[in-house]
Ligand binder design. Structure first.
Ligand code: HEM
Ligand SMILES: *[C@@H]1O[C@H](CO)[C@@H](O)[C@H](O)[C@H]1NC(C)=O
Ligand SMILES: *[C@@H]1O[C@H](CO)[C@@H](O)[C@H](O)[C@H]1NC(C)=O
Ligand SMILES: *[C@@H]1O[C@H](CO)[C@@H](O)[C@H](O)[C@H]1NC(C)=O
Ligand SMILES: *[C@@H]1O[C@H](CO)[C@@H](O)[C@H](O)[C@H]1NC(C)=O
Length: 348
């Protein structure tokens, strides 16, 4: 009950307080969030590729009509790109030992979505629109189609030249709230960003291997995670059997939020599920282990508008991490290769 009262302290106050704190942290870390040399409508205002954003929007709509699951695919790609060496499209690079080969990035999807948009843009206006911007713009469009707010995306990013799996420090789903928070702070994000961005787990899937510990052997107790609602436990145990019989899919996937399931819609139902002990990943259930986490979950469970507002701010902050602008980086011709390694380059 006392947590509940503190919860009604108000999101706006929390927002204000935290964004002030965040600014200090961020200045300390020498990273300037949120703008960082980026601007609204960079392509329209500063380049000859005026219709870049519109073209991204058109292509995303076409692909989303065929497959709604591009929304979680792109959200996760954006997260995996930005938290590791900044939003420099390093996650998109192919090659031996690149970031996408790191174990934390297995199961990443959506690369073909980016390739297709890039192809359209290269045909229309070659060498102008960065892969890093395409990823952020496409994520915004796909999220908006699923029900997320149409948040503004600052643009003008350049693409990075390096991608090394050994730089991938993304935490595992069994991480505690406090450790996840320390990780986010290290990157220049704060507790409200963590609580808000985890809301992206309102849509999409997880492989069973990330939750079998919670289902069968939590912290080596040989028992399930006591914080998991027993109805959910039974349901997930059916989808993620302890041992698979011959002919069964190895390591199948389950929905991160069984309520939005195959609609892949963006809602705030995730937060009510957290409060009801119905979260699927350990990190998602860990909100309740922290006073701030509880307040955030409570606030967003009861206010989709609050969540949407906070999501716009938090994803903007994430999308500004470590961006390259000006003469740092390049505009890749193919998002999978730096220009010097582009196999389509021989003709030059
Ligand atoms: C501590 C932070 C986080 C942890 C530990 C975490 C962990 C995970 C794990 C284990 C999966 C399942 C991956 C798979 O089986 O293929 C997943 C999926 C996903 N994550 Fe996170 N995540 C975190 C933060 C975020 C953030 C900040 C975002 C976006 C803003 C995000 C968006 C997603 C989405 C959309 C999916 C579903 C992907 C799909 O359907 O293919 N996650 N996450
Ligand atoms: C965009 O153009 C304006 C006006 O020419 C200029 O001041 C600004 O620095 C440019 N921004 C970027 C990111 O190139
Ligand atoms: C990646 O980083 C590791 C550790 O710094 C280094 O040993 C390795 O050579 C790098 N790989 C590439 C492809 O640059
Ligand atoms: C999915 O969306 C359709 C159409 O909006 C709706 O009728 C259906 O109930 C939704 N399913 C779930 C599980 O939310
Ligand atoms: C378990 O989940 C149901 C809804 O599926 C909810 O009504 C109930 O309160 C939850 N139990 C606990 C202990 O949170």
């Amino acid at each position: 009950m006392s947590n509940f009262r503190k919860g009604s302290f108000g999101l706006l106050m929390l927002l204000l307080l935290l964004s002030i704190l965040a600014t200090l942290v961020v200045v300390d870390a020498g990273i300037s969030v949120p703008i960082n040399g980026l601007m609204i409508h960079y392509y329209e205002k500063n380049t000859t590729c005026k219709s870049a954003e519109y073209l991204v929007k058109l292509e995303v709509k076409k692909m989303w009509d065929l497959d709604h699951s591009i929304t979680p695919a792109l959200l996760r790609l954006a997260y995996s790109d930005c938290l590791v060496t900044g939003c420099d499209a390093s996650i998109l690079l192919d090659g031996k030992g690149s970031e996408k080969t790191a174990p934390q990035n297995s199961g990443l999807r959506g690369f073909a979505v980016i390739d297709r948009i890039k192809k359209i843009l290269e045909d229309k206006c070659p060498g102008i629109v960065s892969c890093a911007d395409i990823l952020q713009l496409a994520t915004k469009e796909a999220a908006a189609l699923a029900g997320a707010p149409k948040y503004p995306v600052y643009t003008g990013r350049k693409d990075g030249m390096k991608s090394n799996a050994s730089t991938v420090d993304l935490p595992p789903p069994s991480i505690s709230w406090n450790k996840a928070l320390a990780y986010f702070k290290l990157k220049g994000l704060d507790v409200l960003d963590l609580g808000t961005l985890l809301g992206a787990h309102t849509t999409g899937v997880t492989h069973c291997r990330y939750i079998v510990d919670r289902l069968y052997n939590f912290k080596n107790t040989k028992k399930p995670d006591p914080s998991m609602n027993s109805t959910l436990l039974n349901q997930l145990r059916k989808s993620c059997p302890r041992t698979t019989k011959p002919g069964q899919v190895q390591d199948p996937v389950v929905f991160l939020n069984p309520e939005t399931n195959s609609n892949y819609s963006f809602t705030n139902s995730y937060y009510q599920r957290v409060l009801d002990h119905n979260a699927v990943l350990g990190i998602d259930q860990s909100f309740l282990s922290s006073t701030d986490g509880f307040r955030i979950a409570y606030e967003f469970a009861n206010g989709f508008q609050d969540f949407k507002l906070s999501f716009s701010l938090a994803i903007d902050r994430m999308a500004s991490l470590g961006v390259l602008t000006g003469d740092k980086g390049e505009i890749r011709r193919n998002c999978r290769f730096i220009n010097a390694d582009n196999p389509g380059n021989f003709s030059n």
